[in-house]
Design a protein around this ligand. Structure first.
Ligand SMILES: Nc1ncnc2c1ncn2[C@@H]1O[C@H](COP(=O)(O)OP(=O)(O)OP(=O)(O)O)[C@@H](O)[C@H]1O
Length: 246
């Protein structure tokens, strides 16, 4: 098990990031730190700004103000592919494999980030498919996979970039309890082998099981943070988040 080092430079950090869209502030002065070996859960009601925050961290969006750091280095203006090469991996909420390509070829798309030669990318992709339990469907068209396996392919594609930190955007959504259990096992395994995880997750049982720390976003701002137990008992969180779900 990888442990957090007190006082060490955070692996990934954002400081007072703000992102506005027309007529609204989607992310409002958010500062978070992700330490090496952490599993950080990000929760909050629909529209709270969780995916926008991911986009700011990975470079899909630039903040209107605020900074993003990777291992203490400012990366705020850097493009997505450069951040991917540094070790920032992510999945997307809406899984979008290239349907006509095989599972292996889709996974190779991620592997090309670090392995420009086709043969190397293919070997890496095959290794990742073995790890995530998709080796048996490697040759199938991605478009023919059922949702749980498409979600797993999304994780495989991200893992093939060899991330140091993997940002998971609602990878459990739409899965049944058995498939959720398998996904949780996979993320435990990835954490055990040293991958730092940040997960946006609506399933609070999953959040409790996986996360060491939780940040709650509401209306673009951090409403609470702490251990899962602290956060899920916080009166403002119960009101803003759990209250909505009752
Ligand atoms: N590209 C965009 N243009 C305009 N508004 C946007 C854009 N992306 C997000 N928003 C708005 O910003 C707010 C935050 O959206 P975001 O997707 O980050 O929330 P979320 O917490 O991930 O929600 P969910 O749990 O529903 O996925 C929402 O009101 C959304 O409509």
């Amino acid at each position: 098990m990888v442990t957090m080092t007190e006082g060490a430079v955070p692996l990934l950090e954002c400081s007072s990031v703000v992102r506005r869209f027309v007529g609204m502030v989607a992310v409002d002065q958010v500062s978070i730190k992700v330490n090496e070996g952490d599993v950080l859960g990000i929760i909050g009601p629909n529209g709270a700004g969780k995916t926008t925050l991911f986009n700011l961290l990975t470079g899909q969006l630039k903040p209107n103000s605020g900074e993003v750091f990777f291992r203490g280095e400012r990366i705020t203006g850097r493009p997505v592919h450069e951040r991917a090469r540094l070790g920032l991996g992510r999945t997307f909420q809406v899984v979008r494999p290239l349907p006509a390509l095989s599972v292996l070829e889709n996974t190779m798309m991620g592997a090309f980030v670090k392995h420009p030669k086709r043969r190397d990318a293919e070997a890496k992709a095959a290794e990742v498919l073995e790890e995530v339990g998709l080796a048996h469907v490697a040759k199938q068209r991605a478009g023919d996979l059922p949702l749980p396996l498409r979600k797993r392919l999304e994780v495989a594609r991200a893992l093939a970039t060899e991330p140091v930190v993997l940002l998971l955007d609602e990878v459990m959504a739409g899965l049944n309890p058995t498939d959720i259990g398998k996904a949780v096992d996979l993320f435990h395994h990835l954490h055990e082998r040293g991958v730092t995880l940040v997960l946006i997750e609506h399933n609070l049982k999953v959040v409790r099981t996986l996360s060491r720390h939780v940040v709650v976003l509401d209306h673009g701002a951090v409403l609470a943070e702490g251990t899962p137990t602290e956060v899920l008992q916080h009166p403002d969180v119960v009101r803003a988040y759990l209250g909505n779900r009752r």
